[in-house]
Write a protein that binds this ligand. Structure first.
Ligand code: CP
Ligand code: NVA
Length: 302
């Protein structure tokens, strides 16, 4: 299947297709019924190998609003968790359902589902990428500053993780500037970084205060992602100073907003007065998961 028939990575979609999804997400936010019921009679399987609040609920509600039904499958409870190959799981689920959203560890497992199944696959987070989240984040930025992203600078402060990698992919496709501050040893994926740097204005910093200078958007994420729980103590030391607080925000533009994909740890990567303060748009951002993903579902499965 054509890579645009799945949503495995923002890098797989053309700029036009990404903008089409963002425009549809805006229409769906204004009117939740704007797309009609394109998923009537259809089922989305949602495979989770990691925890989730937002992704699970927004995909389930979004599928229902589009007329379809969603099936929650914890990988602990299905045979995948006992070692059934991902390729066989893809072949079997393709006989029952019309699309699969998966949250797991290896990006290769998501790619394998797409390769061996015959239905659209949506990446609901891997260790490498979190593309659905970034679509919601870009929707939030457009709401605030308008659809022309050429004057937007996003400052990412923290771990070079799945969120950072998807921000890099989005900068390359959508043309905003990205300033990344992360401690040495916690850089984003080097291949994604190199590819994005060839297409967009990307800068790497070791000083978070410097990365935030003039930014329109300041954003961060947890220091230890799901699957890295054992590294938490070591990461707490490595990320000292990588904390978005009022001092960092004061370096950003006067009308800068703060984003965080959530869940957040107040007092670690962000201070309570920033995430709960006037620049924060995190609740809109969380809401936009629903609208952005409905657009993706309608485009892939409708
Ligand atoms: N931001 C995000 O993906 O949240 P969940 O882990 O709750 O799905
Ligand atoms: N980087 C985080 C994002 C959670 C939504 C993680 O992978 O755990």
């Amino acid at each position: 299947m054509n890579p645009e028939g799945h949503f495995l990575s923002i890098a797989d979609w053309s700029t036009d297709r990404l903008v089409e999804a963002l425009d549809l997400a805006d229409r769906l936010k204004a009117d939740p019924t704007a797309a009609g019921k394109p998923l009537a009679g259809k089922t989305l399987a949602m495979v989770f190998a990691k925890s989730s609040t937002r992704t699970r609920v927004s995909f389930e509600v979004g599928t229902a609003q589009l007329g379809g039904q969603a099936l929650f499958l914890s990988s602990r409870d299905i045979q995948l968790g006992r070692g059934e190959p991902i390729a066989d799981t893809a072949r079997v689920l393709s006989r029952y359902v019309h699309g699969i959203m998966i949250r797991t560890f290896a990006q290769a497992d998501v790619t394998a589902l797409a390769e061996h199944g015959s239905i659209p696959i949506i990446n609901g987070l891997t260790d490498l990428l979190h593309p659905c989240q970034i679509m919601a984040d870009v929707q939030t930025i457009r709401e605030e500053f308008g659809p022309d992203l050429s004057n937007i600078t996003v400052a990412w402060i923290g771990d070079g993780n799945n969120m950072t990698n998807s921000w890099l992919n989005a900068a390359a496709k959508l043309g905003f500037a990205l300033r990344i501050a992360c401690p040495e040893g916690y850089d984003p994926d080097p291949t994604i970084f190199a590819e994005a740097s060839a297409a967009a204005s990307i800068e790497l910093f070791r000083d978070p205060a410097e990365a935030a200078v003039g930014a329109t958007v300041v954003t961060t994420d947890v220091w230890a992602s799901m699957g890295q729980e054992e590294e938490a103590a070591e990461r707490e030391k490595a990320f000292v100073g990588y904390h978005v607080d009022r001092r960092i925000m004061s370096n950003a533009a006067d009308d800068a907003i703060f984003l965080h994909c959530l869940p957040a740890h107040r007092g670690e990567e962000v201070s309570a007065d920033v995430i709960d303060g006037p620049a924060s748009r995190v609740w809109n951002e969380a809401e936009n998961r629903l609208h952005a993903q409905k657009a993706i579902l309608a485009m892939l499965m409708g």
